[in-house]
Design a protein around this ligand. Sequence first.
Ligand code: CDP
Length: 230
Amino acid sequence: MITIAIDGHSSCGKSTMAKDLARSIGYIYIDSGAMYRCCTLYALDNGLIAPDGTIDTATLEQRMPEIHVSFSLNAATGRPDTYLNGECVEERIRTMEVSSHVSPIAALPFVRAAMTAQQQQMGRQGGIVMDGRDIGTAVFPDAELKIFVTASDEIRAQRRYDELQSKGQHPDFNEVLENLRERDRIDSTRAVAPLRQAEDAVVLDNSHLTIAQQNQWLLDRYHECIERHS
Ligand code: CDP
């Protein structure tokens, strides 16, 4: 069993393709972004982010050992739900409020160190598909298959807008667009494990692909990789 790392820009459909691939090849899917979103939710719930966005980093660092993230398969959806300290937070971590604070939290070196250690532990036996920003560069630099996904800003914003609408949220389109641009900016320029394409990653621009087409593209890359390694 190999390790598959899928990195790329915000809201480009990485998690949809990663989940679908994991399901069709019987691998475990891990959403590393959900883990950073959990740290952000914890900080918001515990008053560690001031209204002006300032983070109480000293307290958050002290409390990091209290943040336990886990995933459990939801039988109804066939997909994993995210749990923070035993509570299902799958919905709460996907709000615009969390999205607007997550990148500064994910840039903190002590947050990255804690999450990276957990991710490496989860993937130590291979047989996983993990998506995020630094999976092929920092978490699993030896992954056998690395994919880097992108799409145009407007298309990504439209996809995220539609997704939030379908969950009963009513976001403003421009706010969604600005949020993903701002997250890409912070994620790409941070000092620790910035978002960048690994040299050995295969690039996919899925701006004009349907979900079925992108799934097939990924499955083809998987089969090629398995052949190369057999
Ligand atoms: O689904 P979406 O692309 O909007 O974001 P996500 O994958 O849920 O990730 C949320 C945020 O977590 C990103 O904007 C990054 O700031 C951070 N993140 C990270 O720093 N490293 C990762 N491996 C995954 C996410």
